[in-house]
Design a protein around this ligand. Structure first.
Ligand SMILES: [Zn+2]
Length: 311
């Protein structure tokens, strides 16, 4: 998409020289604008989904192995409904919001009311790491503003003291003007003097979308966070909104519904549109896949075949 080329999304990763803390700074304007275009989100929904995609990308980039992935789900009782984002090891993300039209009135401060759109509920992080059961951690939402909710998740579920700042600026025309995040995490046995300095620097990076909007680079923002602290050279990677859907995956999903349900879906389609043809839409990228009964011939057997189901 044009916007992604114009505003490539990037993550900066760094660490203090004494090994006390690590930092990730993200510029996710391209990713959030892509999500806005695909899902046609209203401003508050753009901000909510954008913050979630940004946090998920930063967390994904901290996964250990190339095949690891991470899913974050926020279920609140507000008008936004369920939000979900998936990131891979490279920090590439995809996501959706149940109600893209969610757009409660702005706060008195003029800011988008993301907390009001999300409401009360829970945040769940699922880490799919290689073989075995995925690791799952759930916390109750603090405010639904998402950054605070992630900070609680790190503290309660992973026992990692963290600073998390997420921001999405929506332009008057509804497009994404700036989006990004900063995540600082303490490593085991940090130097108390370094921790004090980081704490003193936090107010300087609290509005990351404003800093990016002013034209600050990721490096400049990281330097603000690590002001007065020695740090190793930063590493910067490109990230993107990437959907992994395919015809085969969609087919597998439909097949898992079972033959009765599939036959029912074809009947419904025929009644409504006169064609025995199913259309499945990817909820992450809105791509449409068309299927006929032939695609499920191993599940649905012709009526005159008495042999039943063959796998
Ligand atoms: Zn897709």
């Amino acid at each position: 998409m044009e916007n992604e080329k114009k505003f490539p999304s990037r993550l900066l990763r760094g660490m203090t020289k004494d090994g006390s803390a690590r930092i990730v700074v993200a510029d996710t304007r391209g990713i959030v604008e892509h999500a806005h275009k695909v899902h046609k989100t209203a401003p508050t929904a753009t901000a909510a989904l954008g913050r979630l995609l940004t946090a998920s990308s930063m967390l994904g980039s901290m996964l250990g192995e190339k095949n690891d992935s991470l899913t974050v789900q926020i279920i609140g009782d507000g008008p936004a409904g369920r939000l979900l984002a998936v990131s891979d090891y490279y920090g590439c993300v995809r996501g959706y919001i149940e109600n893209p039209a969610a757009d409660p009135p702005r706060k008195k401060s003029g800011k988008l009311d993301v907390g009001g759109a999300v409401g009360r509920g829970s945040l769940t992080v699922i880490r799919d790491v290689g073989d075995g059961e995925p690791h799952t951690g759930t916390v109750e939402l603090v405010s639904g503003e998402i950054a605070e909710d992630f900070t609680r998740y790190f503290a309660e579920s992973e026992q990692i003291p963290s600073v998390c700042s997420l921001g999405v600026l929506v332009a008057p025309d509804g497009s994404c003007q700036a989006a990004g995040g900063v995540l600082i995490q303490l490593l085991p046995f940090p130097d108390p003097a370094t921790v004090d300095k980081i704490e003193a620097n936090v107010p300087k990076i609290s509005s990351v979308s404003s800093l990016l909007d002013e034209g600050k680079t990721l490096e400049e923002i990281a330097v603000l966070a690590f002001d007065g602290i020695e740090f190793d050279p930063f590493d910067v990677i490109d990230v993107d909104y990437v959907c992994t859907c395919s015809r085969e995956r969609m087919k597998r999903g439909i097949r898992s519904l079972g033959k009765e349900k599939i036959a029912e879906l074809f009947d419904e389609e025929e009644k409504e549109n006169g064609k025995r043809e199913l259309t499945a839409e990817c909820r992450f990228c809105d791509k449409k896949y068309r299927f006929t009964e032939k695609d499920f011939k191993t599940v649905i057997k012709p009526k005159d075949n008495g042999k039943g189901e063959k796998k």
